[in-house]
Design a protein around this ligand. Sequence first.
Ligand code: NAD
Length: 365
Amino acid sequence: GLSMQTLIVTGGAGFIGGNFVRHALAHGAARVVVVDALTYAGHRESLAGLEEDLRFEFVRADIGDRAAMAALFGRVAPAAVVNFAAETHVDRSIDDPLPFVTTNVLGTAVLLEAARRHWRALPEAQRSSFRFLHVSTDEVYGTLGPEGRFSETTPYAPNSPYAASKAGADHLLRAWHETYGLPVLVTNCSNNYGPWQYPEKLIPLMVLNALEGRALPIYGDGGNVRDWLFVEDHCEGIARVLEAGRPGEHYNIGGECERSNLEVVEGICAVLERVRPAAANPALAARGITSYGALKTFVPDRPGHDRRYAIDAAKIRAELGWAPRHDFEAGLEATVRWYLENAGWCAAVTRDHYDGGRLGLGAEP
Ligand code: NAD
């Protein structure tokens, strides 16, 4: 389990990694060493407050840096590695795919090799309890029609450069298990939402745009469906897999909570109307806009846009007793409130190079 263990958490200054670091420290981890390159998506501010914890350490390094990774494993001697480090934004992968291959495929290979060299030199007892957990996505499975869900045996059929790079990494994990016997675990999770998500992703982008009275850009007809999971539920799932998952296995993690993009955007608008009514928002009032919903703007669809994702989480439910605990409407409201209460964090992470992603900050509606 997490208790009394030393973990290396890569990508820990990002959205899910940062939430997981807090979860691990709150659940008795002996030591958590975060390794993060601090790309545009990674921010020390997301780990604020953890510096006082003597069990926490931050190392700025790239998972693709062989010398740095070898030195790190030698010094830290982790019982487990949880790999979150990745380029993660689909729109960016369409505009500029090579950094996705570099970090997600090659970086993962470098990290696997550093882990393997550390692992094979361990005494037998520690070698069998060592774990390399790789955090992956449901996007590796491609797209679904209106029916069906992804299971662990669904064939890989990635459609975006992001998804293909994540699929490539997952295959490396398999090979390091089959060829070398490295005790690996792979989790494939659906769309996460919650605190500390970088505001280029759907939910925080819409919240910040709405508050500023900017357009809420919605791809195509808004009918693309995602299976939404509150980030804390994902972190609990990862912790369960780390504790009790069988090496070499994949575990799908999902909220079994399908919502179209349009439903998500309308849900955000509804929460904002309750919490900070548009009629009382000077940014909107100045332009004579009286509802957040009036900011919705349909834009041309993303190329290769997967229509629907849905996860069948029966395996992790039955084998490891995991189940999501957050209801989507309550989780969405908590998330919107978090962004309202953490304007300082939003300002800090968007201070440099912020363009809101491909959808941008939107035109004036
Ligand atoms: P994120 O973009 O918020 O964070 C990624 C972190 O990785 C950042 O802190 C960044 O600085 C760091 N990083 C990037 N390249 C690096 C490198 N070469 N070396 C070291 N650090 C590097 O992403 P996220 O949403 O927290 O996703 C984390 C992981 O979970 C990713 O592997 C992603 O594919 C996976 N995942 C995400 C979701 C989701 O909905 N967000 C769903 C399923 C799986």
